[in-house]
Design a protein around this ligand. Structure first.
Ligand SMILES: [Zn+2]
Length: 200
Protein backbone atom coordinates (compact mmCIF):
# COMPACT_ATOMS: atom_id res chain seq x y z
CA UNK A 1 0.00 0.00 0.00
CA UNK A 2 1.18 3.44 -0.88
CA UNK A 3 1.59 5.56 2.23
CA UNK A 4 1.63 9.29 2.07
CA UNK A 5 2.14 11.70 4.92
CA UNK A 6 3.90 14.93 5.76
CA UNK A 7 6.44 15.26 8.60
CA UNK A 8 4.12 17.66 10.40
CA UNK A 9 1.35 15.13 10.15
CA UNK A 10 -0.99 17.17 8.00
CA UNK A 11 -2.75 15.62 5.07
CA UNK A 12 -0.91 16.04 1.83
CA UNK A 13 -2.63 18.80 -0.06
CA UNK A 14 -2.20 17.16 -3.43
CA UNK A 15 -1.36 13.64 -4.34
CA UNK A 16 -1.29 13.62 -8.09
CA UNK A 17 -2.72 17.03 -8.65
CA UNK A 18 -6.15 18.31 -7.79
CA UNK A 19 -7.83 15.98 -10.28
CA UNK A 20 -6.37 12.80 -8.81
CA UNK A 21 -8.48 10.27 -6.89
CA UNK A 22 -11.91 11.75 -7.50
CA UNK A 23 -14.76 10.26 -5.49
CA UNK A 24 -18.05 9.39 -7.14
CA UNK A 25 -20.83 10.96 -5.11
CA UNK A 26 -24.09 9.08 -4.69
CA UNK A 27 -27.29 10.31 -3.17
CA UNK A 28 -28.63 8.48 -0.11
CA UNK A 29 -30.46 6.13 -2.50
CA UNK A 30 -27.10 5.04 -3.95
CA UNK A 31 -27.68 6.59 -7.33
CA UNK A 32 -25.32 9.26 -8.60
CA UNK A 33 -26.37 12.73 -7.53
CA UNK A 34 -25.96 13.71 -11.16
CA UNK A 35 -24.96 11.81 -14.27
CA UNK A 36 -23.90 14.60 -16.52
CA UNK A 37 -21.81 16.26 -15.50
CA UNK A 38 -21.07 13.27 -13.32
CA UNK A 39 -21.14 14.08 -9.61
CA UNK A 40 -17.56 13.70 -8.44
CA UNK A 41 -15.68 15.41 -5.64
CA UNK A 42 -11.98 16.01 -5.25
CA UNK A 43 -10.37 13.68 -2.72
CA UNK A 44 -9.94 16.66 -0.39
CA UNK A 45 -13.68 17.35 -0.30
CA UNK A 46 -14.44 13.65 0.01
CA UNK A 47 -12.07 13.24 2.98
CA UNK A 48 -13.56 16.30 4.66
CA UNK A 49 -17.06 14.87 4.28
CA UNK A 50 -15.93 11.51 5.69
CA UNK A 51 -14.32 13.19 8.70
CA UNK A 52 -17.50 15.20 9.30
CA UNK A 53 -19.54 11.99 8.99
CA UNK A 54 -21.72 13.40 6.23
CA UNK A 55 -21.15 10.47 3.90
CA UNK A 56 -20.62 6.74 4.08
CA UNK A 57 -17.74 5.22 2.17
CA UNK A 58 -18.71 2.44 -0.22
CA UNK A 59 -15.41 1.89 -1.94
CA UNK A 60 -11.81 3.03 -1.57
CA UNK A 61 -8.61 3.59 -3.48
CA UNK A 62 -5.42 1.84 -2.36
CA UNK A 63 -3.84 5.15 -1.46
CA UNK A 64 -3.97 6.44 2.12
CA UNK A 65 -3.64 9.82 3.72
CA UNK A 66 -2.30 10.22 7.23
CA UNK A 67 -2.61 12.67 10.08
CA UNK A 68 -1.13 12.18 13.55
CA UNK A 69 -4.34 10.64 14.80
CA UNK A 70 -5.62 8.61 11.90
CA UNK A 71 -4.98 7.06 8.54
CA UNK A 72 -7.63 7.01 5.87
CA UNK A 73 -7.84 5.33 2.53
CA UNK A 74 -9.03 7.77 -0.08
CA UNK A 75 -12.70 7.07 -0.82
CA UNK A 76 -13.57 6.25 -4.43
CA UNK A 77 -17.35 6.01 -3.94
CA UNK A 78 -19.27 7.82 -1.22
CA UNK A 79 -22.97 8.14 -0.47
CA UNK A 80 -24.61 11.08 1.23
CA UNK A 81 -26.24 10.24 4.56
CA UNK A 82 -29.10 12.59 3.85
CA UNK A 83 -31.12 12.29 0.69
CA UNK A 84 -31.18 15.35 -1.53
CA UNK A 85 -34.39 15.45 -3.55
CA UNK A 86 -33.98 16.41 -7.18
CA UNK A 87 -35.39 19.80 -8.04
CA UNK A 88 -38.86 19.25 -9.45
CA UNK A 89 -38.36 21.73 -12.19
CA UNK A 90 -34.90 21.87 -13.69
CA UNK A 91 -33.31 25.29 -14.04
CA UNK A 92 -33.62 26.88 -17.45
CA UNK A 93 -29.94 27.06 -18.31
CA UNK A 94 -27.93 26.78 -21.47
CA UNK A 95 -26.47 23.53 -20.24
CA UNK A 96 -29.84 21.99 -19.42
CA UNK A 97 -31.21 22.96 -22.85
CA UNK A 98 -28.27 21.18 -24.49
CA UNK A 99 -28.74 18.20 -22.20
CA UNK A 100 -32.46 18.03 -23.01
CA UNK A 101 -31.51 18.02 -26.71
CA UNK A 102 -28.75 15.48 -26.05
CA UNK A 103 -26.08 17.81 -27.45
CA UNK A 104 -27.57 17.35 -30.88
CA UNK A 105 -28.33 20.15 -33.33
CA UNK A 106 -32.11 20.12 -33.54
CA UNK A 107 -32.02 20.93 -37.27
CA UNK A 108 -29.33 18.77 -38.87
CA UNK A 109 -28.94 16.23 -36.07
CA UNK A 110 -25.17 16.62 -35.64
CA UNK A 111 -23.77 15.63 -32.25
CA UNK A 112 -21.52 18.35 -30.93
CA UNK A 113 -19.61 19.25 -27.79
CA UNK A 114 -21.38 21.93 -25.72
CA UNK A 115 -18.95 24.67 -26.73
CA UNK A 116 -19.80 24.18 -30.41
CA UNK A 117 -23.53 24.37 -29.90
CA UNK A 118 -25.55 27.55 -29.99
CA UNK A 119 -28.80 28.54 -28.41
CA UNK A 120 -31.41 28.97 -31.17
CA UNK A 121 -34.77 30.70 -30.84
CA UNK A 122 -37.28 28.72 -32.95
CA UNK A 123 -39.41 31.85 -33.36
CA UNK A 124 -36.66 34.48 -33.57
CA UNK A 125 -36.60 37.11 -30.87
CA UNK A 126 -36.88 39.76 -33.56
CA UNK A 127 -40.22 38.18 -34.48
CA UNK A 128 -41.52 38.13 -30.95
CA UNK A 129 -40.15 34.72 -29.86
CA UNK A 130 -39.50 34.23 -26.15
CA UNK A 131 -36.46 32.85 -24.41
CA UNK A 132 -38.12 29.81 -22.85
CA UNK A 133 -37.98 26.02 -22.80
CA UNK A 134 -40.69 26.01 -25.48
CA UNK A 135 -38.86 28.28 -27.89
CA UNK A 136 -35.16 27.52 -27.50
CA UNK A 137 -33.26 24.57 -28.93
CA UNK A 138 -29.66 23.46 -29.38
CA UNK A 139 -28.35 24.21 -32.87
CA UNK A 140 -24.99 24.05 -34.60
CA UNK A 141 -23.48 27.32 -35.81
CA UNK A 142 -24.19 26.75 -39.54
CA UNK A 143 -27.87 25.85 -38.94
CA UNK A 144 -28.32 28.81 -36.62
CA UNK A 145 -26.82 31.09 -39.25
CA UNK A 146 -28.86 29.57 -42.07
CA UNK A 147 -32.03 30.01 -40.11
CA UNK A 148 -31.25 33.64 -39.32
CA UNK A 149 -34.35 35.59 -38.37
CA UNK A 150 -36.77 33.56 -40.47
CA UNK A 151 -39.83 31.88 -39.02
CA UNK A 152 -39.73 28.05 -39.15
CA UNK A 153 -42.31 27.92 -41.96
CA UNK A 154 -40.42 30.52 -44.00
CA UNK A 155 -37.14 28.61 -43.96
CA UNK A 156 -38.65 25.11 -43.64
CA UNK A 157 -36.52 24.40 -40.60
CA UNK A 158 -38.39 22.75 -37.79
CA UNK A 159 -36.70 21.34 -34.71
CA UNK A 160 -36.63 17.54 -34.67
CA UNK A 161 -38.39 17.49 -31.33
CA UNK A 162 -40.99 19.95 -30.20
CA UNK A 163 -39.15 21.87 -27.48
CA UNK A 164 -40.68 21.77 -24.01
CA UNK A 165 -39.68 21.88 -20.41
CA UNK A 166 -38.05 18.58 -19.43
CA UNK A 167 -38.46 16.97 -16.03
CA UNK A 168 -35.40 16.49 -13.83
CA UNK A 169 -35.80 12.79 -14.40
CA UNK A 170 -35.61 13.21 -18.18
CA UNK A 171 -32.44 15.26 -17.85
CA UNK A 172 -30.92 12.59 -15.61
CA UNK A 173 -31.86 9.91 -18.11
CA UNK A 174 -30.27 11.88 -20.94
CA UNK A 175 -27.15 12.42 -18.86
CA UNK A 176 -26.75 8.70 -18.33
CA UNK A 177 -25.96 8.17 -21.98
CA UNK A 178 -22.75 10.18 -21.69
CA UNK A 179 -19.88 8.12 -20.33
CA UNK A 180 -17.67 9.95 -17.81
CA UNK A 181 -14.13 11.01 -18.74
CA UNK A 182 -12.72 9.28 -15.74
CA UNK A 183 -14.01 5.90 -14.68
CA UNK A 184 -12.64 4.07 -11.68
CA UNK A 185 -13.60 0.42 -11.67
CA UNK A 186 -15.35 0.85 -8.32
CA UNK A 187 -17.75 3.27 -10.01
CA UNK A 188 -19.09 0.82 -12.53
CA UNK A 189 -21.67 -0.79 -10.33
CA UNK A 190 -23.20 2.51 -9.44
CA UNK A 191 -23.15 3.96 -12.92
CA UNK A 192 -24.29 1.11 -15.06
CA UNK A 193 -26.11 -1.34 -12.88
CA UNK A 194 -28.65 0.87 -11.34
CA UNK A 195 -31.17 0.87 -14.16
CA UNK A 196 -34.53 -0.04 -12.87
CA UNK A 197 -35.62 -3.61 -13.57
CA UNK A 198 -38.84 -4.26 -15.40
CA UNK A 199 -41.17 -6.11 -13.12
CA UNK A 200 -42.91 -8.91 -14.96
ZN1 LIG B 1 -27.12 21.83 -37.52
Amino acid sequence: MEELGLPDGSLIPQITGPGGFPALVLNADFRPLSYFPLSVWSWQDAVKAVVLDRVSVLSEYETEVHSPSFALRLPSVIALREYIPAARRPAFTRFNVFLRDRFECQYCGDDLPAHELTFDHVIPRSRGGKTSWENVVAACGPCNLRKGSALPKECHMLPRQVPRQPTSWELQENGRSFPPNHLHESWRDYLYWDSELEQG
